[in-house]
Design a binder for this molecule. Structure first.
Ligand code: URA
Length: 431
């Protein structure tokens, strides 16, 4: 039967599983422009409402991957990457990529920008003077081979079907669909030519997935698709009910990355970085157990090699990690009562950073890299009245205005509160 986009949309609308040929024709047609945006929007909505089987999701991923080029690594080191679904204060990519490179792995990390309360790795890196996030494919290959790691934006040749479809989903209320998210993430990541992938699926107030049930479904779908496409893939479901580390923003998170690679923590950033990294070290047989993997990564922090590798990567990408980064003046937020921290609203902290100019509401917004919020307490901490809870880095007036918002983000109660776990679950096997 000749390909008829309207028939394919109708079959998905009516709950049928699409064939390989139907998905391939649709994605190819959309990439070259013979399937218009309005038909792709209709199909995205049908998928959003009806879902997709694991077979369909894998085919969609394969076809979106095939819409562009896939990097090939012919010799030597295994190629790995980590993807996070995004969270407030999540600077793990910046810490992890150099550490994995120190372990002899290749890490051609293709990252994104922040939209909404969660920050973007590229925006953070652009607070480094001179740093380029628009590398072409030859530069990605050369720096990955020379330094071991690179962190850059997706070039136009990487999964162009996803680039077009993501922009369409953004304006047609079809972002929150597990098969569409899976195909979008996996087509871009697998274009890196990976031997192993680890996913950090965040759940909680500061995450894309608000419920554990949704996070589990996404983790399952991502891991299954990775395996079906021949790439060993694991996922950790991790807690985003409070910001990760102390710093959230752009320049302040680069400062915290340098601190982390200098052995100065914070402990949750180090614990999450080493847990995710250990997954990749075991998958590529660099380590035989997660404990051995964690110890190896820690050794590269303790020796200073991780920091040297970050410096080399930044320099290869045109930046200077030692050039001072502009940080706006700090205002201190103090506790109005004593007690135990019961909740920290990470989403509201992310929203406050946007209000202060440090994040985007729409993709065309520009970013003030000097803005940030430092959270000085964690859920479960005992605090005293008058104790500093947070620092707001913003222009003076804005910093003072943030006081009330920040106080309402950090809740305090009389009864003790237990500290929440950082890693909640692991896929494919439960912890
Ligand atoms: N990140 C992506 O790259 N794609 C999605 O669909 C959602 C989050």
């Amino acid at each position: 039967m000749p390909f008829n986009p309207a028939n394919v949309i109708a079959r998905k609308r009516d709950g049928f599983a699409l064939s390989r040929a139907e998905i391939a024709d649709f994605v190819n047609g959309y990439t070259v422009g013979t399937v218009p945006d309005y038909q792709m929007s209709a199909l995205a909505m049908a998928v959003y409402l009806q879902g997709m089987t694991a077979d369909e999701t894998t085919t969609l991923t394969e076809q979106m991957l095939a819409s562009g080029i896939q990097l090939q690594w012919t010799d030597g080191a295994s190629c790995v990457d980590k993807h996070s679904t995004g969270g407030v204060g999540d600077k793990v990519s910046l810490v992890l990529a150099p550490l994995l490179a120190c372990c002899g792995l290749r890490v051609p990390m293709i990252s994104g920008r922040g939209l909404g309360p969660t920050g973007g790795t590229l925006d953070k890196l652009e607070s480094i003077s001179g740093f380029r996030t628009d590398l072409n494919l030859d530069e990605i290959r050369d720096i990955t081979d020379g330094v071991g790691c690179v962190i850059t934006g997706a070039s136009a040749e990487i999964a162009p079907a996803d680039r077009k479809l993501y922009a369409l989903r953004d304006v047609t209320a079809t972002i929150a669909s597990i098969p569409l998210i899976t195909a979008s993430i996996m087509s871009k990541k697998l274009a890196e030519g990976l031997d192993a992938l680890v996913l950090d699926v965040k759940v909680g107030s500061g995450a894309f997935m608000k419920s554990l049930d949704q996070a589990r479904k996404l983790a399952q779908s991502l891991v299954e698709t990775g395996y079906r496409m021949g790439v060993p893939t694991t996922a950790l479901i991790t807690n985003m009910s409070q910001p990760l580390g102390r710093m959230a923003g752009n320049a302040v998170e680069v400062d915290e990355t340098v601190a982390a690679l200098s052995g100065e923590g914070p402990s949750d950033v180090i614990a999450l970085t080493t847990s995710l990294g250990a997954e990749l070290l075991v998958a590529t047989k660099v380590a035989s157990t997660p404990e051995q993997g964690t110890a190896l990564l820690q050794q590269h922090i303790d020796s200073g090699d991780g920091l040297k590798k970050l410096r080399a990567m930044v320099s290869a990408q045109g930046g200077d990690i030692d050039a001072p980064r502009p940080i706006a003046p700090a205002t201190s937020i103090e506790a109005t009562r004593s007690g135990f921290v019961s909740a920290i609203n990470a989403e509201a902290i992310g929203d406050e950073i946007i209000r202060l100019g440090g994040g985007r509401r729409v993709m065309s917004d520009s970013i003030d890299h000097s803005v940030g919020i430092e959270t000085l307490v964690r859920v479960g901490d005992r605090i005293e009245r008058g104790q500093p809870l947070a620092h707001v880095f913003a222009r003076d007036k804005d910093g003072k205005l943030a006081d009330e918002v920040l106080k309402s983000c950090i809740q305090i109660q009389d009864e003790p509160v237990s500290k929440p776990p950082l890693v909640i679950d692991r896929y494919p096997d439960s912890l």
